[in-house]
Design a protein around this ligand. Sequence first.
Ligand code: 5GP
Ligand code: ZN
Length: 114
Amino acid sequence: MSGCLFCKIIDGGIPAQKLYEDDEMLAFSDINPMAPVHFLVIPKKHVENIFELQAEDAALAGRMILKAREIAKERGCEEKGGRFIINAKTDGGQTVNHLHIHFLGGRALGWPPG
Ligand code: 5GP
Ligand code: ZN
């Protein structure tokens, strides 16, 4: 989608530190990490947020979660864990309107969020 920051990363117009890519998803390091391990997993097709996901996207969403888990394991976060987050819309603090799963790990995270 033109004007979408994450679509530009997918298209290569904006560089990113890619961690994984296939024909349906991309994982890359967050530019402003909030934890020692902080990456994002996004679908290649433009979906604005989790509310816009359709029933036919269920398998894709599941594969994205499993890929996020796999990368978290590769980055050494299986033993102590971390947090898988999907921010949505204004109250959720979503700043980029292209669906993304955050993973944060490598330090203890507070709860509840502010
Ligand atoms: P949100 O607040 O929408 O859940 O998360 C958006 C995330 O995208 C933020 O953590 C922010 O640091 C990250 N981000 C914003 N612009 C860029 C960029 O150009 N490159 C990368 N790698 N991450 C970005
Ligand atoms: Zn997009």
